[in-house]
Design a protein around this ligand. Structure first.
Ligand code: GLU
Length: 413
């Protein structure tokens, strides 16, 4: 019997024994949300079943995005099998971090300084199991978290060889907005302002040359982000953009400095490229949507909700490598030491954490530490790693203090 036929029989038996509700509950217990695009297919199947028209052909037609989900539910094969216990841990850590009220909002624009004391954490596994707690539907500007995504999109259009003719791969060891280039007169990496301004210039100048206008280019980039988020919320916050541009003396200075050093591609219009960079920083999303983007990066570029291939696996590897070494301002080394996972933060208080081949997490809390990272965002990641052995250099076989997230806590005994 084919896999599909076997699933059809399983599903039929759910229907005929009147246990569809049980199926729905099983799915929910595993963290699959009702609005998951894969679940929409169920509605068609259910309708046909009600009308007694559910034959194998109809079933097979609806199955494409649904089949792996059904298989996982019926065979308990999700990447985090004990999802309830995992989310309980997340909840406990959330409340522990919520009590930490230290740090200050970013003060350079009112759009950041006047934000209340929000705190939200969302996660999405590579199977689309989701959990959110706190202020996860509040929109915020992604700020520096646009950097890994712009870089990813540039890699997709231009290849790594071309992109890295313009920008390096080394941590700079300096402030994120410092006026400094490497010994080849290139920005050190795409995760700091110099590198991200150059990446913005590549996107603005070298790709899709027939859609020249700022709006068209911005919509193009936004649509990449939306697709990586399974089509969840993204928007451009015009007021943040205008405020960013108003206060951007250092970024303008950085731009002129780099133009003098011939860092930009030929024909790049500096002022337009800078505007484009400010726009990218001002793109808005929510913790819920951004956790899906992080999960797409963790999943080799395939969006876990839609199964759409957004980025190549090589692009994801390149992006995650630089997030790992350069993603958290001047705390990147210590974070790599404590947590060992790729992450990127932004001055709005967002921290995007990817756990390759497992999940993406987005923390949002606007109070920042002295490095410009969200206090609670960093604390959350570090506490999570104290419980679960997810650091790449953790050892499960001989550890008695940390749990394996997908093999059970007593796997090594
Ligand atoms: N918008 C900030 C700037 O250009 C950077 C954003 C960030 O680091 O999150 O100075």
């Amino acid at each position: 019997m084919s896999d599909e036929k076997a699933l059809y029989n399983v599903y039929r038996s759910y229907l005929t024994t009147g246990s569809l509700q049980k199926f729905m509950n099983d799915v929910k217990t595993q963290g699959i949300q009702e609005d998951d695009p894969r679940m929409q297919r169920l509605t068609i199947i259910e309708k046909e079943a009600e009308d007694e028209k559910l034959d194998f052909d109809t079933f097979a037609k609806c199955m494409n995005p649904l089949s792996s989900l059904l298989k996982k539910v019926t065979e308990c094969q999700f990447i985090i099998p004990d999802f309830q216990s995992f989310t309980k841990t997340i909840e406990e850590i959330y409340w522990m971090c919520k009590g930490n009220t230290s740090g200050e909002n970013s003060t350079y624009i009112p759009q950041l300084s006047e934000v209340p004391d929000y705190f939200g954490v969302s996660m999405c596994t590579i199977d689309g199991q989701r959990y959110s707690i706190g202020d996860t539907k509040v929109p915020f500007s992604i700020q520096s978290c646009s950097k890994p995504l712009s870089y990813a999109i540039a890699l997709e259009y231009l290849t790594s060889e071309v992109v890295h003719q313009y920008v390096g791969q080394e941590p700079s060891g300096r402030m994120f907005n410092e006026m400094v280039l490497d010994h080849n007169n290139k920005p050190h990496n795409p995760m700091i302002n110099a590198g991200a301004i150059v990446i913005a210039s590549l996107l603005y100048t070298l790709i899709e040359r027939d859609s020249e206008s700022m709006d068209k280019k911005l919509n193009l980039i936004k649509s990449w982000m939306e697709r990586a988020a399974g089509n969840e919320y993204f928007n451009v916050d015009e007021s943040s953009f205008l405020a960013e541009r108003e206060i951007a003396d250092r970024n303008f200075a950085l731009g002129y400095f780099m133009r003098e050093k011939k860092v930009f591609p030929e024909k790049a219009n500096l002022l337009e490229c800078l505007d484009f960079f400010f726009q990218l920083n001002s793109i808005q999303t929510t913790a819920e949507a951004f956790s899906v983007v992080a999960s797409t990066l963790a999943n080799g570029g395939v969006c876990p909700l839609t199964n759409e291939k957004i980025f190549s696996t090589e692009t994801c590897r390149d992006v995650l490598s630089l997030m790992h070494s350069c993603g958290l301002y001047d705390y990147s080394g210590k974070f790599a030491f404590n947590v060992g996972l790729p992450a990127k933060s932004g001055v709005s208080g967002v921290v995007m954490l990817t756990i390759p081949n497992l999940a993406g997490i987005c923390c949002y809390s606007p109070q920042l530490d002295e490095h410009g990272n969200s206090v609670r965002g960093i604390q959350f990641c570090e506490e999570l790693l104290k419980v679960y052995a997810m650091h790449p250099y953790d050892n499960l076989r001989h550890s008695i203090t940390r749990k394996s997230v997908n093999r059970g806590s007593d796997w090594f005994l």
